[in-house]
Ligand binder design. Structure first.
Ligand SMILES: Nc1ncnc2c1ncn2[C@@H]1O[C@H](COP(=O)(O)OP(=O)(O)OP(=O)(O)O)[C@@H](O)[C@H]1O
Ligand SMILES: [Mg+2]
Length: 349
């Protein structure tokens, strides 16, 4: 029997399905690929903007229901895939195959930037993204310890090969100096060291490069924000008021430098430091609140033993909080990339 289901009918049905984060429908967002109609069966792919999409299942379900409602359709097969949008600027400036660079910053030290950076990187990698982690805290590199890697693999030609742990590629000054050796940098050296970390390291194709910044609003953060076109920065703060003042200064510095603020993360929420400050800061600065991580001793133990909590105790409240923060960060990047969307048009096969 000849089919009377037309591609236009399927697209009309899918144009009623909203991507909840991006507030547009799947067809306007160019998310439908490989649409194929065979008799009473309809096959297509939904191309998400991040594998870390928390709404994957609900989008798939809504699309399925919507197409099933077309008269004559008996079978709907959907393949879920993802293609992380490319910021484009990194590729242009440094010839790097890195789609998005995300800096993790704070107003002052000890608030958990390195802990957030490692868990954010590992959680994004667990979702299926290709992730790199750059320890740009050249004064106090902690990433090797927190990721449980102490030696840099070999070099090939004049390129450094990044180390790898938990499916994350990583690079740190900590690999290049002996433990305990002080690191003294001056402005121009710092700038070129950071650039070398990007250009002399064989990162390969990355969806996200997470960059752990040194504390504060000093030279290193400034150099980095200027040396590198960042997709955005996340600001880490403790819950209490004093920490918020520092975090707010950090946030404003990035704003002045025109680095997009992806949002605020409150770390070490609990009895000791209180709660709610991160939300207050996000509200005051009118930026998204990305989530709160409770104070849990296993977070520290994980860091000390080289096993980020999302690997060490994936079911813990803190690990779940980090996963949800990673999804929120990925969503913010997808949202900000929407304006520059140059994805190919829907194809019917
Ligand atoms: N949610 C948490 N619960 C318990 N301990 C935590 C939590 N977050 C971080 N820590 C611990 O607090 C200490 C400081 O964290 P971390 O080193 O990540 O901060 P930082 O901002 O990178 O510090 P620095 O400014 O020195 O680079 C570490 O020992 C870490 O394990
Ligand atoms: Mg640190």
């Amino acid at each position: 029997m000849p089919t009377n289901i037309l591609p236009e009918m399927v697209l009309a049905a899918l144009s009623k399905v909203q991507e909840p984060e991006l507030h547009k429908d799947l067809v306007s967002l160019n998310m439908i690929r490989d649409l194929e109609i065979k008799g009473d069966s309809v096959n297509f792919t939904i191309l998400l903007t991040t594998p870390a999409c928390p709404l994957k299942t609900s989008i798939e379900k809504a699309a399925h229901e919507s197409v099933m409602a077309i008269t004559g359709v008996k079978v709907v097969k959907i393949k879920m895939d993802s293609n992380v949008p490319n910021d484009g600027r990194l590729r242009g400036l440094l010839q790097l195959p890195v789609r998005n660079a995300i800096a993790v910053a704070s107003g002052k030290g000890g608030v958990g930037k390195s802990t957030v950076s490692t868990n954010l990187a590992v959680a994004l990698a667990q979702s299926g993204a290709r992730v790199g982690l750059l320890d740009a805290d050249i004064y106090g590199p902690n990433i090797p310890t927190m990721m449980g890697v102490h030696d840099l693999p070999k070099t090939i030609g004049n390129k450094l090969i990044p180390a790898e742990a938990y499916c994350v590629k990583l690079m740190s000054m900590g690999f290049l100096v002996k433990p305990g050796q002080p690191l003294i940098w001056r402005g121009p050296m710092l700038n070129s060291a950071i650039r070398q970390f990007l250009t002399d390291v064989e990162w390969g194709e990355l969806d996200y490069l997470v960059i752990d910044l040194p504390p504060g609003t000093g030279d290193a953060s400034l150099s980095l924000a200027q040396a590198l076109p960042l997709s955005g920065v996340v600001i880490v703060t403790l819950p209490q008021a004093v920490s918020l003042e520092d975090a707010s200064r950090g946030l404003e510095m990035f704003r002045t430098l025109e680095v997009p603020i992806l949002g605020v993360i409150e770390n070490m929420r609990g009895e000791f430091f209180g709660s709610g400050g991160g939300e207050d800061l996000a509200h005051m600065a009118q930026v998204p609140f990305l989530g709160a991580v409770p104070m849990e001793s296993s977070v520290r133990v994980g860091g000390d033993t080289g096993q980020p909590i999302v690997v060490f105790k994936p079911q813990s409240v803190a690990a779940q909080a980090f996963k949800s923060i990673a999804e929120n960060v990925a969503a913010r990047i997808s949202v900000s990339a929407l304006g520059q969307n140059n994805a190919p048009k829907i194809n019917v096969i």
